[in-house]
Design a protein around this ligand. Sequence first.
Ligand code: G3D
Ligand code: MG
Length: 159
Amino acid sequence: MPLLKKVTLLGDPAVGKTSLIQRFVHDSFSDSYLSTIGAKPSVKEMGDITLVIWDIAGQKSFGNVSVNYFEGSEGALVVYDVTRPETIPSIAHWISAFKENTGSSNVVVVGNKQDLEAHPDTEEHVAQVLTDMDLIQTGSSAKTGAGVEESFTQLIKGF
Ligand code: G3D
Ligand code: MG
């Protein structure tokens, strides 16, 4: 019997959530995505685990995501964009929403778009937001694929 595990992708619009799933599940990247309509689960086999990966509905920001999106989830990748520091403050909100709705603390914080030049304030902003939070952080590029598998693997280690 395969073990079904639901995980969710969280983070502000356009940080690269859909692209990360696309890269991880289908090993491809598209520069011209249609925005996601409705929560869309993708499935990926990882050894004896069947990962059901939920992508966020449309271009939703923190505060207008349905509780169904969190329900039963055993892990979250909380994604920000290293080129846009304005995507960093909401990380804390996404993390607490995930914890409150699931009771799980299995969160990996992912700085995506590492193929581009990071904004110089990024590191400091992230350190400020994540002060006292004992969380795993990774970097990724959905475009090149760097760090993508590693980010999901970190999440699976937390099961
Ligand atoms: P979202 O699902 O979080 O809203 P998307 O984000 O996956 O739709 O990505 C938003 C935009 O960022 C897309 O560009 C996508 O191609 C781009 N993108 C995602 N990940 C990366 C990455 O790692 N590197 C680079 N360079 N770009 C990335 P468009 O132009 O379609 O809006
Ligand atoms: Mg999307």
